[in-house]
Design a protein. Structure first.
Length: 240
């Protein structure tokens, strides 16, 4: 039955998507089926990893117009948007992202300790699906950084702990999460709150992670804030 479903989707998409794109979607469906069967070790992680190829295919350029995702017919888009475990959107903003809630349940049912830890961290980071907990969405594409409430520090702690505990699991994805939260701590120029909130978050970080790879950058940023040269806009509204 699964092979028939993959074949049907391949026929539907074949005229609108490259062979590698159709193959990526078929491979993802096969991987999800294997993960849901719970018969093979590593199947949950393999399914999650397969979604990256789907994202690359759908967000790649189309010979018709824009991206492949934008060029799909409504029928083809509906089939793609129904892929299990994926959040796929093309209204206002293009999205091909994992559905944390789906994967939390999948890991609980058929995963191991590494799977469960990874998706618990992913769900905590993206509690409302695609926006991280340390960002307040202000437009379809952007938002301000939430300094002062500890969300940045907690997220950094969560992903750093995952990497230490499971250094060979979900390597690319966990590295991305550490990179993203690190960039917000050291490079964000748009703070949701005031300068005091920025200072508070940076102090929290240094109290816990002064010797981390970004410790020196965070310390310099804190010194700049204290000296009145924060290089970050307080009470900021992000640009579209």
């Amino acid at each position: 039955m699964q092979n028939l479903a993959v074949f049907f989707i391949g026929v539907t998409l074949g005229a609108q998507m490259s062979a590698p794109g159709s193959a990526a979607i078929g491979a993802y469906r096969t991987a999800i089926t294997a993960a849901e069967a719970g018969l093979k070790a590593g199947a949950v992680e393999a399914a999650f990893s397969a979604l990256a190829s789907v994202r690359e295919a759908l967000l790649g350029p189309s010979a018709a117009r824009g991206t492949v995702l934008e060029s799909l017919s409504d029928e083809a888009f509906g089939r793609v948007a129904a892929l299990p475990g994926a959040i796929i959107n093309r209204e206002e903003v293009l999205l091909v992202e994992p559905d944390p809630e789906y994967y939390v349940k999948l890991a609980a049912a058929h995963g191991d300790a590494g799977d469960r830890a990874f998706f618990a961290a992913l769900k905590a980071t993206y509690p409302e699906s695609v926006w991280p907990v340390y960002v307040d969405q202000q437009t379809d594409l952007s938002g301000c950084t939430r300094f002062g409430g500890g969300a940045l520090v907690d997220t950094y702690r969560r992903w750093s702990a995952f990497q230490r505990t499971f250094p060979m699991r979900y390597v690319v994805a966990s590295r991305k999460e550490v990179h993203d939260v690190s960039a917000r701590l050291t490079e964000s120029i748009c703070a949701c709150g005031d300068a005091a909130s920025v200072q508070d978050e940076l102090q929290r970080f240094l109290a816990a992670f002064e010797t981390s790879p970004i410790g020196a950058k965070v310390k310099q940023r804190l010194q700049d804030v204290r000296a009145g040269r924060p290089r970050i806009r307080a009470n900021c509204t992000a640009s579209p």
